[in-house]
Design a protein around this ligand. Structure first.
Ligand code: SAH
Ligand code: F3S
Length: 481
């Protein structure tokens, strides 16, 4: 079930039925990371109050929004093609307006309007609350732009509209931005400084999701382990501010515990962890609570110390192994997944071999693997030459993917013969007689439907598997049901 380069370039149109009184149609398409999909739900919520009902029929849209990704050049090219298509549609539907949101909006700013003239509105990831004003401006015939990044916007006070939801799983964002400055990465420039959301508003959103019938949430952030809430406002209110701050601060493992306790039957996942910031406390908290899923997405990018240094990843290969050893000791059943980059500037065959040997050590359950793509403005672009030929990048990427495929198969096979809890998410893509769900490790399982229904927690005996899917039979409800 490894996913490769293309996961970020498949746009998804999302829609939800909204208030009957809404009379304008919003078509919103999202690209890239989970955070973008989550942000689109915030945008839909903000615009619902302005009279916009979402649709997934492009031809009836009054406003088309594209929530964009800048992480690799290919992702940007896909978005550009879509924007050209939307622009062409405007000839038949002159009242239709097109806006670009997300990382490309932030990266290219006014360029979309001045040089390219293919959109009416450009809105960066921290400016969505300004959408009502910006929409009014385009209604009045002007172009509209807001790409101001914020130090404190978390959208904690906006209840997202759940788009194209299965009614079972949902994202809850807990941090925005990133301060890590990996040299290849555009995110710190497009999404700004890292900030954490008030834990109370996170718990309220989780409680609300449970009340609405959701059974699993994923806490989202670029770097969840650096979540830190200081208890807002204490600095000016108390003389001994730093003491008070320490006493009331909430870090990620504490947040995880609060969420696990608030809804003991809700499954909890989180993404993404950064090796340099992940603490033993987080791993121990995962061990203490059954409802925290045993699955950690722990991108490493490279197995070579030399390359890790050039990437400004602030840990060594040995420190990473130490963390992996701790995870395996404390959480023997935990799945571990990776992100990997092939062909970073100056990468030698030996560096590449280090990546393969690191993968052999960890034996990841699945991964997201990419060829290095130089991004304008990043430190790598400014200081390092993109000197690995495309065919070498592709060959190395191919070797990484092939190895991951083998490990994925081995990992999936380890579940065969076990009885595991699966949360039913929907009908299997391959057979309408089968349900599809996931076990705690995030491995997909399919089994005959019988009388079970979407959202049930079911005990499934795993009888066989393909490379990434378990095939089983339900033997009853699990105790969580
Ligand atoms: N911490 C973030 C990472 C976002 S980017 C998170 O929430 O997952 C996702 C992945 O894209 C990175 O882990 C990295 O493997 C890949 N990536 C980022 N910049 C890249 C680039 N310039 N070229 C190729 N891959 C890149
Ligand atoms: Fe990018 Fe590194 Fe942050 S990959 S999102 S700068 S942790």
């Amino acid at each position: 079930m490894e996913k490769t380069i293309d996961e970020s370039v498949q746009g998804t149109a999302l829609s939800v039925e909204n208030k009957a009184s809404n009379d304008r149609k919003l078509y919103i398409e999202s690209y890239g990371c989970q955070m973008n999909f989550s942000d689109s739900e915030i945008v839909a919520s903000i615009l619902a109050k302005e009279g916009f009902n979402t649709t997934n029929v492009l031809a009836e849209a009054d406003l088309v929004l594209v929530n964009t990704c800048s992480i690799r050049e290919k992702a940007e090219m896909t978005v550009r093609k879509r924007l050209e298509k939307f622009n062409a549609l405007k000839k038949d539907r002159p009242q239709m307006k097109v806006g670009v949101l997300g990382c490309m909006a932030e990266r290219l700013k006014h360029k979309f309007l001045e040089e390219e003239q293919i959109v009416d509105m450009v809105v960066g990831p921290d400016a969505y609350k300004d959408l009502p004003n910006l929409v009014q401006e385009i209604d009045e015939g002007h172009n509209a732009v807001n790409v101001i990044l914020s130090k404190d916007e978390t959208y904690g006070d906006i209840a997202p509209v759940r788009l194209n939801s299965n009614g079972v799983t949902a994202f809850v964002s807990i941090t925005r931005g990133c301060d890590n400055m990996c040299t290849f990465c555009v995110v710190p420039f497009t999404r700004g400084r890292e900030r954490s959301r008030d834990p109370q508003s996170i718990i309220e959103e989780v409680n609300d999701l449970w009340d609405k019938g959701f059974k699993e949430i994923t806490l989202l952030g670029q770097n969840v382990d650096s979540y830190l809430w200081y208890g807002g406002g204490l600095k000016k209110d108390f003389r001994n501010a730093s003491e008070m701050q320490k006493a009331t601060a909430v870090n990620f493992s504490q947040l995880l515990e609060k969420v696990a306790l608030a809804q003991p039957r809700m499954r909890i996942r989180f993404s993404t962890s950064n090796p340099q910031d992940m603490t033993l406390d987080v791993i121990r908290t995962m061990a203490r609570y059954e409802n925290i899923c045993k699955s950690i997405h722990l991108p490493v990018q490279s197995g070579s110390n030399r390359i890790l240094k050039f990437m400004n990843r602030l840990h060594t290969r040995e420190e990473y192994f130490h963390l992996i050893d701790n995870i395996k000791a404390i959480l023997p059943d935990c799945a571990i997944s990776q992100d990997m980059i092939a062909g970073f500037p100056s990468e030698t065959e030996d560096d590449h071999k280090d990546t393969l040997s690191l993968m052999e050590y960890v034996k990841y359950d699945y991964g997201f693997m990419f060829a290095y793509s130089e991004r304008p403005g990043t430190l790598a672009e400014r200081k390092l030459e993109d000197d690995i030929p495309e065919e070498t990048k592709k060959r190395r990427l191919g070797e990484i993917i092939a190895l991951q495929r083998r490990h994925c198969q081995e990992r999936t096979e380890q579940h065969v013969g076990q009885i595991q809890e699966v949360l039913i998410e929907g009908t299997s893509k391959k057979s309408d007689q089968h349900w599809m769900g996931r076990n705690s490790q995030n491995t997909v399982a399919v089994f005959p439907k019988e009388n079970y229904k979407i959202g049930d927690f079911v005990k499934v005996r795993m009888n066989s598997c393909t490379s990434a899917t378990l095939i089983g039979e339900a033997i009853g409800y699990s105790k969580n049901n």
